[in-house]
Design a protein around this ligand. Structure first.
Ligand SMILES: [Zn+2]
Length: 288
């Protein structure tokens, strides 16, 4: 396995706010570029008083932070980069309290930075369709609410998940467990013809009619594995998800849950390539 980026590597590569801005400019625009205003090719020069660069021919300004999570932020860029680094080096996520401590910013600011990074992780992760590999496991989980155990407790949020065994996961916060709620997500995200493993929930009974191979395990009869059919991968994800929510964040509201899920998906999908976790975030900014 390739060596992961450590804290010394971080400060060597990004010693200052300026070095972070230079990185943004170089990855998003290249070392030299065709000016969008005068069309002349050239190497843009860093402005002294603004986090921006200007065209050597016409003076047109380019702001490398525009369209990134750091746009319009007054928090120094190095703190943002360091926050992204923290998100990619922890197993169970980073709480706002932890960011506040590590970055030396207010709680409100730390909270915002955390959510912007989670949204960005979701953007970078994307949702490529699943299937084509042997089997996709599909399941639902309940998050939050007042009742500790059991389904359908008051205030609980339903999360739907689809994971390719040995592959990627896609999650969605959904309004319930009905067939008409769950099946469209499968149709949208899983290639037809894929073998899908589920528990015995009735909502999945028509998957064969939709062109999928369907295998079930009957958990209520204590059956957990039937040949290649089991839902252990997704259940492993659920328990990791619950550990992160209750252990790191204490609580995640329905409104913000999709962002926490995006973060968890990102980390889960790169579980076998941890050395890419930070690097991808550094390279995958939206195209200008
Ligand atoms: Zn120009």
């Amino acid at each position: 396995m390739a060596k992961t980026f450590n804290i010394q590597d971080f400060f060597k590569r990004f010693p200052t706010d300026d070095s972070c801005l230079e990185h943004l400019m170089a990855t998003r625009y290249g070392e030299s570029l065709d000016c969008p205003k005068c069309d002349k090719h050239g190497r843009f020069a860093r402005l002294k008083k603004l986090p921006a660069y200007s065209c050597p021919s016409c003076g047109h300004h380019i702001h490398p932070m525009a369209g990134t999570p750091f746009e319009r932020s007054r928090t120094p860029l190095q703190k943002w980069f360091y926050a992204m680094y923290l998100f990619t080096t922890t197993r169970n996520g980073v709480s706002a309290k932890e960011l506040q401590r590590q970055l030396g910013v207010t709680y409100k600011c730390a909270w915002r930075i955390g959510h912007e990074i989670r949204k960005y992780m979701g953007f970078v992760d994307g949702d490529a369709p699943l299937g084509g590999k042997p089997i996709v496991e599909v399941d639902e989980a309940f998050v939050g609410g007042h009742k500790k155990r059991g389904f359908g407790g008051k205030g609980k949020t339903v999360v739907f998940g689809m994971v390719e065994r040995e592959g990627e996961i896609i999650t969605r916060v959904v309004p319930g467990r009905h067939e008409f709620v769950l099946v469209p997500h499968i149709l949208e995200n899983v290639y037809p013809g894929t073998r899908i493993a589920t528990d015995e929930l009735r909502s999945y009974s028509k998957l064969p009619e939709e062109g999928y191979l369907h295998g079930t395990v009957n958990h209520s009869r204590k059956e957990y594995v039937r040949g290649p059919v089991h839902t252990n991968t997704i259940e492993g994800f659920w328990s990791w998800m619950k550990r992160q929510i209750s252990g790191t964040h204490v609580w995640a509201s329905k409104k913000h849950l999709p962002k926490y899920l995006a973060e968890m998906e990102y980390r889960f999908n790169l579980r076998k390539r941890p050395e890419l976790m930070f690097e991808l975030l550094l390279q995958a900014f939206p195209k200008p």
